[in-house]
Design a protein around this ligand. Structure first.
Ligand code: 5CA
Ligand code: ZN
Length: 408
C-alpha cells in the first residue's frame, strides 16, 4: 500500500559518526554496521484507533536511526507493516458495528497524515498483512513441511523448539515468557499445543471472521509470522535493525525471529533488536485498550505545531519509559520559538561545533536530549550575543532539520 510523502532532508557537510545502538538481544550498546544499504524493519500499527503519542514516540526513534544512517552515507531500505487483520481490529469493528476494512482504511489514512505532519521519513515498502497473505501461507507451508509447525485442528502452530535459538532475543526466563505470552495475544492454555509458548501461525476460518482461501485451507495469518515474512522477503536474513516498542520484545519479536530462523536455517534474523520505551499517562502505559490516550491528530486539530510535538517527544531518551505531562508541550513550544528566533538572525556563533556535537550525541544510542542541549546552548548564546558568523544560523537550522527532523 502507499506510505506517505517524505519530507526533504537538508544536506550537511561532512559525515555522521557510526551509529551505536542498544541491542536487546546482546544487552549492550554496539555499533550498527550496515553495508551500503542499511536495512531496517519496524513493526507498524494495528489500525483500530488513532495514532497516540506512544506510537509517535516509537516511530520517531526509528526515524532518527534512518536520519543518522543517511547522514553517515548509507542508503536505507526501510520496511514497515500494517497489521490490518488481527483480533484487536476485528473486536473493535464488531463492537462498533463498523466494517473492519473501513475502520482499518480510515485509521491508516489518519496515521499517514500524522506521520507526514511529524515529518517522519516513510518506509520504502509499506505492506499490509492483507496484501501478504500469499507469501505468509507459503512460509507456513514450508514450516509444516520441515516439522517446525504442526496442526491443532485446522489451526497451525509454531514449535518453539524448531529454531534452536528460541529465547535469545528477549533473554527472558520461562516464567516471564509465560506471563507475557498470556498478556500479549498468546494462548498459553490452548489445548493440543506441544508447548504453552508455541504460537499461532494460521487461524482456520471461524464464524463471522474474515478468511482467505489458501492452500492451507480457509483462514487468516497469525501475528508474528506476518512481520517475520514481510521482513524476510524484502530485507533478507541478518538485516540491521528490527524495531518497535518494548512491549514487542516478547512474544512478538522473539517469535518473529524464531519463525524466520526456522524457515531459513540461518541466524540471526536481525543484527540489532531495538526497542523504544513506553510513553505513559497518569502512571499507566498509554494504550488503546486502556483508553488513556493523547492523540497526535487531536493535538494537531487544536492548532499545535507538529514540530513542537516532535520536539517534546524527542526530549527524553527513546529507551526510557516516560510520562507525558502537561508541561512537555509548552516547554517544547518555548524551545522551538527560541531556536527559530536564533535561526532568523543574520549571524550567530560558529555552527561547526553544533553539527559535530549533535552528530556525536545521536551516534551514542540516540541521545536526543544531549543533542537538543547542544542546540539550546547555541541558541541561547546567539540570542544573547549573535556573534559574526553569517553561515551559522542556516547550518544549525539544517542540522536540526536533517538530524532531528525539526523544520526551520
Ligand atoms: N501491529 C503491531 C506490531 S506488528 C502493533 O503493536 N501495533 S500497535 O498499533 O499496537 O503499536 C504500534 C507501535 O507502537 C508498536 O511498536 C508498539 O510497541 C508501539 N507502542 C504502543 N504503545 C506505546 C506506548 N504507550 N509508548 C510507546 N510505544 C508504543
Ligand atoms: Zn510486528
Amino acid at each position: 500500500m502507499d506510505a506517505w510523502p517524505g519530507p526533504g532532508i537538508s544536506q550537511l557537510p561532512g559525515r555522521a559518526d557510526p551509529l551505536r545502538l542498544y541491542d536487546t538481544a546482546g544487552g549492550e550498546i554496539r555499533a550498527s554496521e550496515p553495508g551500503d544499504v542499511a536495512r531496517m524493519y519496524v513493526c507498524g500499527i494495528t489500525p483500530y484507533d488513532a495514532t497516540h503519542l506512544g506510537h509517535a514516540a516509537t516511530y520517531l526513534a526509528f526515524d532518527l536511526v534512518q536520519r543518522v544512517w543517511r547522514d553517515s552515507g548509507h542508503r536505507v531500505h526501510y520496511v514497515q507493516n500494517v497489521t490490518d487483520v488481527d483480533d484487536p481490529l476485528l473486536e473493535r469493528a464488531a463492537h462498533t458495528g463498523e466494517n473492519w476494512m473501513e475502520l482499518a482504511g480510515r485509521e491508516i489514512a489518519l496515521f499517514r497524515e500524522d506521520m507526514t505532519a511529524l515529518r517522519v521519513l516513510p518506509p520504502d515498502d509499506y505492506i499490509g498483512a492483507v496484501e501478504a497473505v500469499e507469501e505468509i501461507t507459503a512460509a507456513i507451508s514450508s514450516l509444516l513441511e520441515s516439522g517446525a509447525a504442526y496442526h491443532v485442528g485446522g489451526d497451525v502452530y509454531f514449535s518453539i523448539d524448531a529454531s534452536g535459538h528460541f529465547g535469545y532475543e528477549s533473554g527472558y526466563d520461562r516464567a516471564r515468557m509465560l506471563e507475557l505470552f498470556g498478556q500479549r495475544g498468546g494462548d498459553p492454555a490452548h489445548a493440543g499445543k506441544r508447548d504453552p509458548l508455541d504460537s499461532l501461525l494460521w487461524r482456520a476460518q471461524r464464524d463471522g471472521e474474515p478468511f482467505w482461501e489458501t492452500p492451507l485451507g480457509p483462514g487468516r495469518p497469525g501475528w508474528h509470522i506476518e512481520c517475520s515474512v514481510i521482513a524476510l522477503n524484502r530485507l533478507g536474513m541478518g538485516f540491521d535493525v528490527q524495531g518497535g516498542g518494548s512491549d514487542l520484545i516478547f512474544p512478538h519479536h522473539e517469535h518473529s525471529a524464531a519463525h524466520a530462523e526456522a524457515l531459513t536455517g540461518k541466524t540471526p534474523f536481525a543484527q540489532h533488536y531495538v526497542h523504544a520505551g513506553m510513553i505513559g499517562l497518569d502512571g499507566e502505559k498509554m494504550s488503546k485498550s486502556r483508553g488513556n490516550l493523547v492523540f497526535v491528530s487531536k493535538l494537531r486539530g487544536a492548532g499545535v505545531d507538529p514540530m513542537a510535538i516532535r520536539l517534546a517527544l524527542l526530549d527524553g531518551h527513546y529507551r526510557a519509559d516516560r510520562e507525558w505531562t502537561g508541561g512537555r508541550l509548552p516547554n517544547a513550544e518555548g524551545r522551538l520559538d527560541r531556536w527559530r528566533a536564533a535561526w532568523r538572525r543574520p549571524t550567530g556563533p560558529a555552527a561547526g561545533p553544533v553539527l559535530a556535537g549533535v552528530r556525536a550525541r545521536l551516534a551514542d544510542d540516540l541521545d536526543t536530549q544531549g543533542a537538543i542541549a547542544v542546540i539550546d546552548r547555541w541558541a541561547e548564546a546567539s540570542l544573547a550575543q549573535p556573534g559574526d558568523d553569517a553561515t551559522a544560523p542556516a547550518l544549525v537550522a539544517a542540522t536540526a532539520d536533517a538530524l532531528l527532523g525539526i523544520a526551520p
